[in-house]
Structures are given as C-alpha cells and as structure tokens.
Design a protein around this ligand. Structure first.
Ligand code: ATP
Ligand code: MG
Length: 561
C-alpha cells in the first residue's frame, strides 16, 4: 500500500458512493429517513481515523435529515474500560457532533442470547466441544475445504441443554462454543460455521458478573444494528468478507434488514494508528500519555492546537474511497494552517533570543506601537506593543557574514522591526569565547510604521521588548516517526525503529505581554514562526505553548519539493 492518493477537493456536486446509495434508497421509498451509527470499542482513545468515520456517519445523517446512534461495541470484557467510554463521548462532541441515542451492545446480551436459542431451535446453531486449536485446524484453508465438527449433528434438545448450561457457568473458559451451522466447505472462510459465543469468566465493565458467555463481533454487530433499525451500517473495508455473515444472521432471524457498506480506512504517512501500537507507545513511555501532542489521537490533536473545524475540513476533503490509500500528513497540516490563518490572533514571540540595544534610543523611554491582531479578520482589531531601548530578536535573524541575498540583520545592514522602526546593526558584542552576546544598533526615528515613511528595506523581522517580555516554555513538536509508510516497513524492522529523536524540542521563549491573557486551547500565531496553543501544563507563573504547525511545510523543503 505504498500508493499515495492526492485527495481531490470535492466540488460539492459529485456524490460519493455511499451518498449515491442513500439517495437511491430515499428516492425508491425503501427508507423515508436514514439512521447511521458510530460503533467504537471502548478499548482505547479515538484517533484521526475514527474522526473520519465519525464525520462520515454523522455527516451523512446531517446531510439527509437522519440520525446517528453512538453504540459502544463492548462485547469483549477483557480490554474495555469506562475511562475510554468517557473519552470517546468527549471526543465526538468536541468534533461537533451529537448522537441521538447512546447504546451499548451489552444492553442487547439478553436479546442476543434469545436469538441464539432461536437459531438452535431452527437447527442453525450447535454447541461444539472442540478445542480452539481443533476448530482452527478443521476450518481448512482458502484452497481446501474444512472438516465438519464431530459435534455438528447434536440434536436441538442437546444443544439447548448445553447452551443453557454454558450460560449458567457450568463450563470452564474454552470448553465449549456456540457455532452457526452454515457450511464447512463455503468458499468464504467466514461462513465456515463461525463462532457465535465463547465462554469467558470475566468481569464486564457494565454487566458485571452477570454473564460468562460473550457474543463474538460478527454475531453481535449486525444484530445490534438491526435492533436499532440502522439503515446504513458503514464500516471499514476489512469487513467486506464479513458481509455475507452479517446478512445471513439477519435473514435467518428474520429481523430488520440493516445493510453494511464498506469504505477504505484512513492511513496517514509518518503515522501509526493501530490501537495496539498506540497503547504500547503510551505504556512504554515513548510519548507522555494518550494526549501527548505527537499522538494521532483526537485528545492529542486538540492539545496540539487542532480545531474541530480543521479536522472536519480534512475528513471532508479526503473524501470516501473504496480502495485502500495513504494520505499525506502534510495534507492534514495544511487544513489546520488554513483554518488557523483565519482565526488565530498574531503575536510576537522570540524563541532563540539575541539581545539588541538601540544605542540612539533614549534610556528609560517606552513607546507604544500599534499592532494588527489578524490581517485576515478585520474584526480582530489592534493592540499596543511596548517598544524600548533593549529588544530580543531571533538568533536566526542575524548573520555576521551573510550570503548575498540575506535580507535580515547583518553588520552595517538594515532591517525593519515589524510595527516599529528600521534599525541598522553598528557593532557585534562578543564574550571572551567569541560568542555573540548582543548587538548594538541604531534606529531611524523617521521610519516608524504607519507614519508614512517612504524608506524601504527588504527584510522585516519580529521582536519583543526586554523590559516587557514574558518568559514562557515553548514545545516544538514534529512528526513522531521518520518513515513515510509506517504500515510497510522493511523486513525485521518495526515502528520503534523509526521514532523521530527530534519530535519534541523545548525552548525558553520571550513572548509579548498580550499573550498573558491567552485562554486554554486558544490558538495564536507567533509571527513568522507558526501556530501555537496554550498547553494545560501552564501555571499562573509559567505559560507553556505547544507548536501546532509551522507556517510553511518545512518538510517539503527537506524533500526538495
Ligand atoms: P480495533 O479493532 O483494533 O479495536 P478499530 O480501529 O477497528 O480498532 P473500533 O473502535 O472498532 O476500532 O472502530 C470504531 C469505528 O471506527 C469502526 O466503524 C471502524 O471501522 C472505524 N475506524 C477505525 N479506524 C479507522 C480508520 N483508520 N479510518 C476510518 N475508520 C476507522
Ligand atoms: Mg474494531
């Protein structure tokens, strides 16, 4: 799967294949309204791939005036937890969606059990005593048929008795299973007498110790859809081979005919999305928790400074495909840039400070400069920026022996300080080891921004006032992995071999005082540097900012694009 699809921005007129199906179903009168569902397993935090499924399911319902249920697919008691249930609900709401009903597959355990009995009575299910290993071996291969279980011809009475006793707890884990009686020679392996129930003496986060038999995904999922009258059950591509089984149960039980449709799951370059790997990253402390801003989880994206609008824009633009593909991470980053460009206030922050003394500026004098909050938003207004004799600029904005087209500060060279004056570097001050410690500059009082001065220079740089700046921690995040196709690594390598050692750098920055009023999750642009957001680790005397994304795609340059 090394092919990267360049997403095409939809023109709003063409329908994706699921929309086409829905429109046909509504036109033909098959349904008068649609009902979709989002069915997470509460065994981890949601990630950007789930966000796509959420936007799709809720988006379709919104578009066609239907509704969406949230259903926790909690049929596997061992890995599930209420912590995950809460985070999943929060994430969906943060994305901007509200479900009609909150359901749990475990609410249907009694009904599912009753249907198990029905299938036994119809001669369509039986209790099997084979071991897990025997069942696996006797299932056969794709090219060869399977072998009937020696227990396949048990009578209905015997099956009813054994299944009842399975539920009553008379047997140990793995001693028996309930299987659907379909066809051990079926070309689709999923149809070779699939397991419906297994014995698991495990505590369930909702049903407690009421049950010691639990339904398998394939038995529970379609039946849960049907109980809720879900019209369009949308899932990812790997479930297409499960569809015949999904239909088989519904047909044999003669229940509401929900239909399953599959779309390609989202894969992103430089990203792993398997819950198992994400859990390992957290447990082995490669990252600092599920909401570490380098994670692809929704909690992490939020902490990183992503907005729901940006995530929804991304989901919309990548569209819905039927073939597997990998989307460029930079495409997601472009969505958040585009969104924040419109909404984030501009602020001054210096991350790698170099002190500048303006020798002809009167000592003790403070001037107030008028600065525009957001040139993309006329309603964002302006603010005052204090200007004084001593300033910080970025180390990168000065070069002692610059190349020809360097238009920033250099000995004898002039540059504009944004919203202030043109300054000229007169003298470079070094310590005894030859390190540059400060610059002596002069300013031209006739060049104040907004004063109508006609003097032009090619470079403009940002700055903060030494006397007024506030010290803050800034966390510079970058992609967590260095390999582009994390699902397609060379033999013998795994994702841990590709952790980016530079995925987090922390610096002390000098930021303008207006940033003291930044609210939790407020997005700001540090001029010329990128978009940042206030982190939850901030305290009343130490602010912490996370870099959401740089202003331009810095990796595009590295790749020579
Ligand atoms: P696992 O099966 O390992 O628990 P999962 O990713 O399938 O992980 P679920 O909680 O079962 O997790 O997923 C809930 C819904 O989200 C499912 O309908 C699933 O198809 C969808 N989904 C999961 N991952 C992606 C993805 N990468 N892209 C699009 N949809 C996804
Ligand atoms: Mg799943």
């Amino acid at each position: 799967m090394t092919h990267v699809n360049e997403p095409v921005e939809p023109d709003g007129k063409t329908l994706n294949f699921i929309e086409e199906i829905i429109e046909n179903d509504l036109k033909s009168g098959k349904y008068t309204s649609i009902l979709t569902r989002f069915p997470p397993e509460p065994n981890g935090y949601l990630h950007i791939g789930h966000a796509k499924a959420i936007c799709l399911n809720f988006g379709l319902a919104l578009k066609y005036g239907g509704e969406t249920n949230l259903r926790f697919d909690d049929t596997n008691p061992v890995k599930e937890d209420t912590e995950y249930v809460d985070s999943i609900k929060e994430d969906i709401q943060w994305l901007g969606f509200q479900w009609t009903n909150e359901f749990y597959a475990s609410d249907y355990f009694e009904q599912l059990y009753a249907w198990g009995i029905d299938l036994i009575k119809k001669g369509l299910a039986y209790v099997d005593d084979q071991t897990q290993e025997e069942i696996r071996l006797n299932r056969g291969t794709i090219t060869g048929t399977g072998k009937n279980s020696p227990y396949r011809e048990r009578t209905v009475e015997e099956n009813l008795d054994l299944f009842t006793r399975m539920r009553a707890g008379e047997f140990k884990d793995g001693e028996k299973v309930l299987r659907a009686k379909i066809d051990m020679a079926h070309p689709n392996m999923m149809m070779r007498d699939p397991i419906m129930y297994r014995i698991l003496h495990a505590h369930h986060h909702r049903t407690g110790d009421n049950w010691c038999i639990y339904p398998m995904y394939d038995y529970a999922h379609g039946e849960s859809d049907s109980i809720e009258n879900i019209t369009h059950s949308i899932c990812t591509l790997e479930f297409d081979i499960h569809r015949p089984l999904y239909d088989w149960f519904i047909e044999k039980l003669e229940i509401f005919p929900s239909r399953q449709y599959e779309f390609a799951r989202l894969n992103l370059t430089y990203t792993v999305m398997s819950k198992r790997k994400l859990l390992e990253l957290v447990k082995n402390k490669y990252v600092n928790g599920w909401d570490d801003p380098r994670m692809p989880t929704i909690v992490a994206l939020r902490r990183r400074g992503y907005t729901p609008e940006a995530v929804r824009m991304f989901a919309e633009r990548i569209g819905v495909a039927r073939r597997p593909n990998v989307i460029e991470l930079s495409f997601l980053e472009n969505c958040v840039r585009e969104d924040l460009n419109k909404r984030a206030n501009r602020r001054m922050a210096v991350l790698n400070p170099l002190k500048v003394v303006i020798t002809n500026y009167p000592e003790g004098q403070v001037d107030e400069m008028e600065a525009v909050n957001n040139p993309e938003d006329v309603n964002a207004g302006t603010r005052k920026l204090a200007f004084g004799r001593e300033l910080y600029i970025e180390q990168d904005d000065f070069m002692e022996s610059p190349p020809k087209k360097y238009f920033r500060l250099a000995p004898g060279q002039e540059v504009r300080l944004k919203y202030a004056y043109i300054i000229k570097c007169e003298e470079v001050i070094k310590d005894e080891n030859g390190n540059i410690i400060e610059l002596y500059c002069t300013y031209d009082p006739n060049t104040r921004s907004g004063s109508g001065s006609t003097k032009q220079v090619k470079g403009t740089i940002h700055w903060t006032s030494v006397q007024h700046a506030v010290k803050a921690d800034v966390r510079l995040y970058d992609r967590l992995f260095t390999a582009k196709y994390m699902d397609d690594l060379p033999e013998g390598k795994d994702y841990r071999d590709y952790l980016n050692p530079d995925s987090l750098k922390e610096v002390k920055a000098y930021i303008e005082p207006a940033l003291k009023d930044t609210q939790a999750f407020e997005n700001v642009q540090f001029e010329r540097l990128g978009y940042f957001v206030l982190d939850k680790d901030s305290t009343s005397d130490n602010m912490v900012f996370n870099r959401t994304v740089t202003l331009k795609d810095s990796w595009a340059k590295v790749a020579g694009k």
